[in-house]
Design a protein around this ligand. Structure first.
Ligand code: AMP
Length: 380
């Protein structure tokens, strides 16, 4: 019997556990919070990620370690890797934790991306804004997620506001400035690489964000011929360079038909949740297969799928459950503003049937505005 340890006990760990049960796997989940939602479905060890005693106890319980949370301190991951196999490797995790390092890697690999600069002072910020032109976006180098730790600079006067909001982070997380991309669409590649280097990707996904948080994902993304292969090629280059093992997501902007890299998430990803019901093998199962050194499952998709995120609190399930192609995921979390508490996936054989189903669900839940952009694309 193999026991997989997961650092971080949120919904991603929960879905990894649910995918691993039919494979005969056992799990131990490690999280600082006693009410971490993966603890409802697997044994939970409560501890801090930088507590060597707690990590030492965790290491004795598991055969292999992976992550649901990329901001586990790299030193803790490295400490574990000296005692038990850890995938993805701590070096890949460390790179993806820092926006400056990952963007530097994209540039080195020849992957197009918006202009960016490391920022250490207010004067440097002003100089780089002048160089890149307005608008720009300042982000913390580390620990930012779901649009947190970001400030948009639309006009000159915003430079001071941005510095007031984030300047203190220079010494803590570091800061990066990026040119703002007036994109037509946001896309992601969710891909997996095995211990033996086998690489597979799910079809490109189109994503819609609200206030920096993912709201809806559609797969396959309706993109121009050729773009799909270019995007997957970028993901493959990054994975091979890092000798990456496991599932990851590469987030991309598409502007004037050109793909620009935004960031990489070194873990299973919210924009790949549709793979649970919309693909031959889900991202969760393939992540486990990869970290265990097992053959990867087929990433072929089954029809068309749309995932809708539930943020803050769960809506009533009935509108989704009464859809023949509706699938409901409640993470069992306490409601809280801005928190991802669940999602639904609708899967249909044709784009037209998916558009119809989304419209019914949008109406039934009183969330017509959430489904409208997806329906518009499916009908175009
Ligand atoms: P991130 O945390 O970098 O994924 O940013 C969250 C969201 O903010 C992205 O999904 C975009 O919608 C938006 N965003 C981030 N960076 C940029 C950028 N350079 N230009 C335009 N929009 C951006």
């Amino acid at each position: 019997m193999i026991t997989v340890g997961i650092l971080g006990g949120g919904q991603l760990a929960r879905m990894l556990v649910l995918a691993g049960a039919p494979l005969g796997l056992r799990f131990v989940v490690f999280d600082p919070a006693a009410d971490a939602c993966a603890g409802h479905v697997a044994p939970l060890q409560v501890g801090e990620f930088d507590d060597p005693l707690a990590l030492a106890e965790f290491a004795t319980k598991v055969d292999v370690v992976t992550f649901d949370f990329e901001n586990v301190p790299a030193a803790g991951a490295q400490w574990l890797a000296e005692r038990v196999p850890v995938f993805p490797a701590p070096a890949a995790l460390a790179l993806a934790q820092d926006r400056l390092s990952e963007k530097t890697l994209f540039r080195q690999l020849g992957i197009p991306l918006p202009p960016f600069a490391d920022i250490r002072s207010r004067d440097e910020l002003a100089a780089k804004v002048a160089e890149f032109g307005l608008p720009c976006i300042v982000k913390t180098r580390r620990l930012g997620y779901d649009g947190k730790g970001q400030f948009r600079i639309r006009e000159q006067a915003d430079i001071d506001l941005a510095w007031q909001a984030l300047g203190a982070q220079v010494e803590v997380t570091g800061l990066i400035l990026e040119g703002f991309v007036a994109f037509e669409q946001e896309l992601s590649v969710v891909a997996v690489r095995g211990r033996d280097g086998e690489f597979r990707a799910w079809p490109l996904t189109r994503n819609w964000h609200v206030d920096g948080v993912l709201s809806a994902s559609l797969a396959p993304a309706p993109v121009a011929p050729g773009q799909h292969d270019v995007a997957i090629g970028y993901a493959r280059q990054v994975a091979e360079h890092l000798d990456y093992v496991g599932v990851f997501a590469l987030e991309l902007f598409c502007r004037d038909g050109e793909l620009l890299a935004n960031e990489m998430a070194p873990r299973v990803h919210n924009s790949g949740h549709w793979t649970c019901e919309g693909a031959e093998t889900s991202q969760f199962e393939n992540h486990l297969r990869a970290v265990l050194g097992w053959p990867l499952g087929d990433t072929r998709m089954l029809g068309h799928a749309c995932m809708l995120n539930w943020i803050g609190q769960m809506p009533a399930a009935i509108a989704v459950l009464s859809e023949p192609a509706g699938h409901w995921h409640d993470y069992g979390k306490q409601p809280r503003a801005g928190r991802k508490v669940g999602h639904a996936t609708l899967r249909e054989d044709t784009a037209a049937a998916l558009a119809d189903a989304l419209e019914r669900v949008g109406q039934g839940l009183g969330r017509a505005e959430q489904v409208a952009p997806v329906v518009a694309i499916l009908r175009s």
